[in-house]
Ligand binder design. Structure first.
Ligand code: HEM
Length: 518
């Protein structure tokens, strides 16, 4: 007791301050992890949004993890020998089950973050009427989680900053600029096809098409975004891929308090790679600035941005845009092509139809940018693939004000999860042939006959729709035309059809295909 009384005033004060700071931190934590989520749940409930009951601190994550193996096994046992395109209950079994219980709009929880789930295009169109692109937010929880990938690039930036970024970047994706990128795409694709020819000559006609295409699409997007010539460029590409892998492994508990501590090792790896990438990109940007001043022309997005922005972007913003182009553009395009090869391998008659069209439109000459628009049937095929296997299987928003939808209020700050796979596979919107591969449904109809225009949205919706869709379409048509002009493809007996949701929608066991020269 005496000892306690002998404590000097300094330590006494220090102890008191320490207790106050600790109490404040605890209060903040309590508010963030308990009071606010409980209040959000109450508000959503009062507005008629129900859903699977969450538990603290995982929300519905445990249900999602538990439901997946059980429901997927049930589904795949039904269709082990047939390639079934009714994939919603295979790729997203928890959403398929909750839809049956709670309808096409409900609330579920990732940790302590509530998400209004939407698979009803009517609800979506009322919700999005009157909300400008710049007035939508992106869920804070994802912005934080994916910071090393996208930073404050176009995909994540909000408000007036988004308007400014979109304004500066849009012209870089214009037709004149895209035209200048054609030869980069042709070169990378031809390199891949020459490799295929050599492997087939050596007696091995089987390829993991997903791997092949991801490699080539990564090279193309890096070339068209910031160039990959030289050591720095190659190293950036390598680090970007490693970062995606590191981050993907740490994405399991998004929304759960302190989950970043659980994934500490991967997060540290990702941010270290992020710092290296930023440094390398900065040196590329500085080098570019010098060479632009000397009057050199660069036909990639960075070159075009530097020419167009005239110093409006800071170096950090330029770095974030380069990373965003890479991450938003490479896997999505690669998966669109991968699923196309799977579907064309199943439908040799469509390979033949497209070959005829390529012969008529392009002929034996080199591919010309202006002729790509003439590949109409190829556009139907692309749309049908994006419908059945959308590479971006969901779109997210965060409300930045209260939004009223048919008398129900989505409170300010609520996350919104739009399930694109569900809408693209909804028989009420598409009819009984919803799960059939029928590219001709897009003949003369941009929405493929969908009853609601918002039921088909592979590139998102509203002002924030994908800025890279013309670049993707161009790359898709060039790669597909070059492949189909030299090879025919069929499904390998080793292929196991199991579309899996891993941020994007990919074949869980790769895509082994047999390739034969024509
Ligand atoms: C098949 C290929 C692609 C698909 C399926 C796809 C899909 C999407 C989707 C669904 C969105 C979100 C839209 C929304 O929130 O409403 C988006 C946005 C975006 N995409 Fe793509 N994308 C593809 C290719 C590309 C490419 C090649 C690039 C760039 C080189 C790119 C760059 C972006 C950017 C920067 C945004 C953010 C736009 C904004 O918020 O203003 N995408 N994309």
């Amino acid at each position: 007791m005496d000892l306690f009384l002998d404590v000097s005033p300094f330590w006494y004060m220090f102890f008191n301050v320490f207790v106050v700071v600790l109490s404040l931190m605890f209060l903040k934590l309590f508010l963030r992890c308990w009071i606010l989520p409980v209040r959000a749940q109450k508000k959503l409930g009062e507005n008629g949004f129900s859903g699977p009951p969450p538990s603290f601190p995982l929300g519905n994550l445990n249900d999602m993890k538990k439901l997946k193996p059980a429901l997927v096994m049930e589904e795949t046992s039904k269709s082990s020998t047939i390639i079934n395109h009714a994939i919603h209950s295979i790729a997203l079994p928890h959403f398929a089950l909750w839809q049956q219980q709670y309808g096409k709009v409900f609330v579920y929880w990732l940790g302590i973050e509530p998400f209004v789930y939407v698979a009803d295009p009517e609800f979506l169109s009322v919700m999005s009427k009157g909300v400008l692109g710049k007035s939508w937010g992106k869920p804070n929880v994802f912005k934080k989680d994916r910071e090393p990938m996208f930073g404050t690039g176009l995909l994540m930036v909000e408000g007036d900053d988004w308007t400014r970024h979109r304004h500066i970047i849009t012209p870089a994706f214009g037709h004149v600029n895209l035209k200048a990128m054609k030869s980069m795409m042709v070169e990378s694709t031809n390199n891949m096809l020459d490799r295929w020819a050599m492997q087939i000559n050596s007696g091995n006609p089987e390829f993991d098409m997903e791997n092949e295409i991801i490699g080539t699409a990564g090279e193309i997007i890096a070339k068209t975004s910031f160039g990959v010539k030289g050591e720095n460029g190659t190293q950036v590409l390598k680090n970007l891929r490693a970062m995606q892998f590191a981050l993907f492994n740490s994405n399991r508990y998004v929304g759960v308090p302190f989950s970043n501590i659980l994934a500490f090792k991967q997060n540290r790896k990702a941010s270290k790679l992020g710092e290296e990438i930023d440094g390398l990109l900065l040196s590329i940007i500085n080098e570019r600035k010098r060479s632009v001043l000397e009057g050199d022309d660069h036909h990639d997005l960075l070159g075009m941005l530097l020419k167009a922005d005239k110093g409006k972007f800071t170096a950090t913003e330029l770095i974030d845009e380069c990373k965003t182009f890479f991450f938003a553009g490479h896997e999505t395009t690669a998966l669109a092509l991968t699923w196309t090869f799977m579907l064309l391998a199943m439908h040799p008659e469509w390979q033949e139809t497209l070959r005829d069209e390529i012969r008529q439109v392009i002929g034996d000459s080199e591919i010309e940018y202006n002729k790509l628009a003439g590949l109409k049937k190829m556009s139907w095929v692309m749309n049908e693939v994006l419908r059945l296997y959308p590479p971006a299987p969901n779109t997210q928003r965060q409300a930045r004000k209260d939004i009223e939808v048919n008398g129900r209020v989505i409170p300010n700050g609520t996350n919104i999860w739009i399930d694109v796979v569900a809408m693209h596979h909804d028989a009420e919107l598409w009819g009984d042939d919803v799960n059939k591969f029928k590219p001709e449904r897009f003949d003369g109809d941009l929405h493929g006959g969908c009853k609601n225009k918002m039921g088909f949205m592979p590139f998102g919706f509203g002002g924030r729709m994908c800025i890279g869709r013309n670049l993707t379409t161009m790359e898709y048509k060039i790669v597909l035309s070059l492949v189909l002009s030299r090879f025919e493809i069929s499904v390998s007996p080793g292929y196991r059809h199991s579309p899996e949701y891993m941020l994007s929608l990919r074949p869980a066991y790769g895509l082994p295909l047999i390739v034969r020269p024509l």
